[in-house]
Design a protein around this ligand. Structure first.
Ligand code: SF4
Length: 424
């Protein structure tokens, strides 16, 4: 028996509460087990317990063995001198307060079912990616879905931290912070870092001055990304090269190294060259993008804003050095939804929080509910375990659950874990 499990069993009353007695034979009736105290002092505060004929209100201390009281030196700590009950798993030593009176003790060993202990041990000891993957299918779907809804705010709050950092770095400049976050998201994990570096080295103010001219935006972005340092034969990259040389000198720009970009094992439609060209097209085709995003109320309005295609040169190219078959390079639906989930929704949430606008925070959650679930290694693991997300709210919550609960085996603090331990 471990201390955290014992505390959990007490907190959740996962024991037979009938026929409870102190070690000296007084009957015990539990009204409230108390509030779990995570700071110094007794383990549970403000419990309400009837011992014999007296109703007590006060603190409770828990130990695996009663002798732990002495081991932890509670006998000389004033905050433990007025506890109303000492709850132990086994009683190996009679205990007394400083004034010599016996400490009222409840022994729980024979009141705890082995099933509870075994369930807990199976969570702790198995090496599955999701410790409860063999038993989660026994949890009713509506319960799982409601639990996921309760987690989504935590997911958005975690994501908010990065945006708040960006806002602080950029003197609360929403458009610049949004530009940095959107650029980094355009890298779609593999090229997230170089995309963010590209945006950091190419201030939004300079891009905005040239937003009416797609060639100048492309010259700036491809030049800064290091893609215009090669020797070209086709007229389009040569023109961008000249344009960039002029703009670089004018604004004293410093670009990034082309080798930072990853192209290997990637489908050509996801090449960084294509993503940069789409990013350039988005900047070129949208005015006041951030304001429009904040004003949007439905995913379809957002999807419409991101329905852009790379400039015509890219219809016949995936890179600057080789012509290919003709194909319009639109931003695909899955990529747009990914941008909405990972950039737009968190920004709307932070904006709502920042301006005390709860409707915006709720809208962020509603948008997730209306978008398709993400397909990635984490959602695949959940699907294999029998929890298939129906929308992006559920897929985001499952990612949060896996990263911040399952990976740390926090099953005792998880609603699903609690359901399994209690009901199986
Ligand atoms: S934290 Fe919850 S969902 Fe994750 S493995 Fe434990 S019980 Fe299952």
């Amino acid at each position: 028996m471990l201390e955290d499990l014992f505390q959990y069993i007490w907190k959740m009353k996962l024991f037979d509460t009938n026929n409870l007695h102190t070690t000296d034979g007084e009957s015990i009736t539990l009204f409230q087990v108390g509030l779990h105290n995570l700071n110094s002092g007794p383990d549970f505060l403000n419990a309400k317990i009837k011992i014999g004929q007296t109703l007590w209100a006060g603190n409770v201390e828990l130990h695996i063995k009663s002798s732990d009281w002495l081991l932890h030196k509670h006998q000389s700590d004033p905050s433990f001198q007025n506890i109303i009950l000492h709850v132990v798993y086994t009683d190996d030593k009679p205990l007394f307060y400083a004034d010599g009176k016996p400490i009222k003790t409840l022994v729980l060993k024979n009141h705890i079912s082995n099933d509870v202990i075994q369930k807990y041990q199976s969570f702790k000891q198995n090496n599955h990616n999701i410790a409860c993957e063999k038993s989660i299918s026994s949890v009713p779907k509506p319960f799982v879905h409601t639990y996921l809804e309760s987690i989504i705010v935590k997911r958005l709050e975690h994501k908010s931290q990065h945006i708040e950092k960006l806002l602080a770095e950029n003197q609360q400049h929403w458009e610049q912070s949004f530009y940095l976050q959107l650029a980094s998201n355009f890298g779609f994990k593999v090229n997230q870092v170089p995309f963010e570096l590209l945006a950091r080295n190419t201030p939004l103010g300079i891009i905005a001055k040239h937003k009416e001219n797609i060639h100048q935006i492309e010259a700036l972005l491809f030049g800064q990304a290091g893609f215009l340092n090669d020797t070209f034969t086709e007229s389009y990259p040569l023109m961008l090269q000249n344009e960039y040389a002029y703009l670089k000198k004018k604004f004293q720009l410093v670009g990034i190294d082309k080798h930072l970009w990853k192209l290997s094992r990637m489908r050509p439609v996801n090449f960084p060259t294509i993503r940069i060209a789409q990013f350039a097209a988005l900047i070129h085709q949208s005015s006041h993008l951030f304001s429009k995003i904040i004003a949007a109320e439905h995913p379809n309005e957002l999807i419409k804003l991101f329905k852009v295609a790379a400039s015509p040169f890219w219809d016949g190219h995936y890179t600057f050095d080789a012509a290919t078959h003709q194909l319009k390079k639109n931003i695909g639906k899955a990529a747009i939804e990914n941008l909405i989930i990972n950039t737009i929704v968190p920004f709307i949430f932070v904006y709502g929080k920042h301006y005390g606008n709860e409707d915006k925070c709720e809208l962020a959650i509603e948008l997730l509910e209306k978008l398709s679930p993400e397909k990635n290694t984490i959602t695949q693991l959940w699907t294999l375990a029998g929890v298939k997300p129906n929308n992006a709210l559920q897929s985001q919550a499952l990612i949060e659950l896996k990263n911040n609960h399952c990976d740390q085996k926090k099953c005792l603090q998880c609603g699903i874990g609690h359901f399994i331990i209690k009901n199986n």
